[in-house]
Ligand binder design. Sequence first.
Ligand code: HEC
Ligand code: HEC
Length: 244
Amino acid sequence: MKTLMRILAVTAVAAGATVITGTGARAASVGEAGYVWNGAGGEEDEALGLKPDAKAGKDVFEVCSACHQPEGWGLSDGTFPQLAGQHYKVIIKQLSDIRARNRDNPTMYPFALPSQIGGPQAVADVAGYIQTLKMSPENGKGDGKDPELGKKLYADNCAKCHGASGEGDNDKFYPRIEAQHYAYLLRQFNDIKAGKRRNANPDMVKQIHDFTDRETHAVLDYVSRLVPPKEKVAPKGWKNPDFQ
Ligand code: HEC
Ligand code: HEC
């Protein structure tokens, strides 16, 4: 918390909104039934049309590192999600959704505002920096009680969007979910099911509508145990030299 207070003080002084207009690459995607989702435009579209500067993004990430950790690994108890490994467009979408209050995130909201970190260019830059981070070798896992059920449920209900190994899809805004902290997966899954993430894909909401508690635990335990490709994972005990 001490670091957080220090950062709060620093950013309060450095605050100053930057207004940058982008070329506006459309984010809108077409769902299964032909309807459009993620079509709100606004800051997400602006940020997607900009060229990220990862070096500037490193400075933005200092604020983020107070919670998401300097390595971008979050915490295994799921309080803070792992950001390392997440797709560029997914980071832009989620950060824009949090800033636009499409997601309820009162913990992060005050630190992620344009007055704190800047406008769409800062969103693109920090997403660019996050692309340089490798994933945690030790994420939080579920209880491992129902591996066969989890595997089957995943193949039948999730793989078509999140991919066979939970790798997601940058262009379609499908998050990488493999090796994310179990408790975080659980919270987000239930939020999406309950309609609390207001810019989520309606096809997923429909797909998981009838999941029981047992099925939810089983499928997310399975996801938390999926192993990302070796080249995406950092060595055990790695510390980010950018913030030493
Ligand atoms: C004060 C703590 C805090 C700070 C600082 C913070 N975050 Fe977060 N962030 C959170 C929490 C908590 C969540 C999960 C909220 C939830 O459960 O919905 C989150 C979620 C996210 C997500 C969604 C991840 C996903 O896969 O769903 C992204 C992206 C994100 N943060 C990026 C950032 C960036 C970029 C910064 C810096 C500009 C930042 N955060 C600063 C606490 C913080
Ligand atoms: C029709 C495509 C689709 C299907 C099927 C689907 N998802 Fe998703 N899922 C998405 C999209 C898109 C998002 C991002 C939502 C947003 O932008 O808020 C998402 C988000 C998530 C998240 C939150 C990740 C994060 O980092 O915030 C979890 C967890 C998740 N899905 C798990 C699952 C599981 C488990 C299944 C199968 C039981 C499943 N999904 C089926 C498209 C899908």
